[in-house]
Structure formats: C-alpha cells, structure tokens
Design a protein around this ligand. Sequence first.
Ligand code: 8IG
Length: 288
Amino acid sequence: MSAAGDAQPMTATPHAASDQRRLASQLAETAAAALATSLGRAHEVAVIIGSGWSRAAEAIGPVLAEVNAADIPGMRAPGVQGHGSRVASVAIDEQRAALVFLGRTHLYEGHGPHAVAHIVRTAAAHGCHTVVLTNGCGAIKTAFAPGQVVLVADHINLTAQTALVGPEFVDLTDLYSSRLRALAKTVDPTLDEGVYAQFHGPQYETPAEIRLARTLGADLVGMSTAVEAVAAKAAGLEVLCLSLVTNMAAGVTGEPVSHAEVLAAGEAAADRLGSLLAGIVARVTKQA
Ligand code: 8IG
C-alpha cells in the first residue's frame, strides 16, 4: 500500500460536510422508522428526560410501549447513573402519545455532536413537531435555588461544537420558543426564565469558569441542551427547555458540587416536576 495510493483529493474525503449531513439524516430516518415499528404508532411531541427528571416522566401518563435505546439504530445506552436507556410511547390522553427518551447522549461521552443530535433528528424524522428538552443544571444566578425549575429563554454554547455542518445558517432568534414558554407559564405562572450556558464537561466548572459564564450573561450551567436545541431547530422542531436547578454552580456558595446532590434534588422535586411536565406536554400544540 503506497502513500500515494492512499492520498485522496479533498472532495473525496468521507468527512465532507454534505456526506456528514446525508449520513446523519439517513441514520435519523432509519431510527425513526425503527421507533414507529417498535412502538407501533407515530408521535407528535418528543420529550427528552434529563438528570433529575426520571420520576417526573412517569407523570406524563401510562407507558403504551417501550424499547431499549440500544435497539434503535444510532442510539446507545447512556453511561450516567440516573439516566435510563429506553424510548417510550406514553399516553397523553385517549388520542395522543408522547415519544419519551429516557436518557440522552452527552458531548462528554466523546461520540461527537452528531451522536448528541441524533435523538432530536430522529424525533423530527419520526414526524414530531415539538421537542421538550429537560435537564439538570447548576445555578449561577443567586436568586435561583436547588429544586427550582427554570425555563431556558436562551443559551450560550461554550462547547465550541455544533452538529450542523456546511452552509446551514439557522436563525436562533427564538430558539427556545416564546410561544411555548408562554404556554408553560399557563401551567405554572411562577416559572422563572434564564440563560443556559453549555460546557463540554464531564468535569464540573471551576469557580473562575462560573464567574466567566456569569459575566457573559449565563444564569444556569450544564452539559447538555444547547447542541441538541440547535440541531432540533435546524430539523424543524419547535423547542422548549425546562431546567431543574439541582445545585448552585461552583464557587457560588463555596459548597462542593456532587452528582449525589444532583440526583437527590430530582427525587425531592419529583411530584412537582411531574405535574408540571405532564401539564405542559398535554397542552403543547403544533405551531400555526
Ligand atoms: I445536574 O453545576 C448539573 N449539571 N456543567 N455544572 C455543569 N453541569 C451540571 C451542573 C453544574 N449541575
């Protein structure tokens, strides 16, 4: 095998933008069809269950069918305690069911932004018009407290990564749909809003990094959501994101940040989160 024989012109590289886009979209189509077959129906609203939200997911309604994420093309069993690894069809009422992803792929798992975006791309290919993202996060804003749910109003992507490749110039002006945020507030008028900064992780931040994020205008910090939200918008989904504050961000109180605290906050808030999530999912309609 000669070095000259291995050389490829730039246009022939398998990593060309158009190839990456086509492969990602083919994998999403395949996964969407697999979900329709395994779950036996189509869905219009997708929900991604993040840290602290597992028990809340049960409040949406009875599980009609479920499948292991590992059995769906392109999906993988997540490696984080507190995350499941299933996709469920959950009844909202007599007619409708939500497509609920119990677990997500994080950037810090090292599979790249396409793996992170696969869930929302699959939801869009499956025919969903809306995705409700949930996550657990640290609070930078001192007026927020653990156990509180905050509507993400905007984000700052500090990962320097995106699942979009090539000339996909997506408008993010209303990424976290103001229409859906208003709808969420009809379910709970006390809901606050904030700006979410996504860090790559898996390490939590240093206090200096949290001061940086605060200076940039962030109120919340976490390791998910921004990359997914952008891919979701690009795929045509309307996006809502509910963040559960599970801890104060590093250096805010001087207390260390622990994953046990994260899980405990979800448990403690589960009933309230459940009625909130169920109420929102039941009211979501397709944008006119
Ligand atoms: I839950 O304080 C949760 N996820 N980056 N920082 C980051 N991610 C988080 C945090 C946090 N809490």
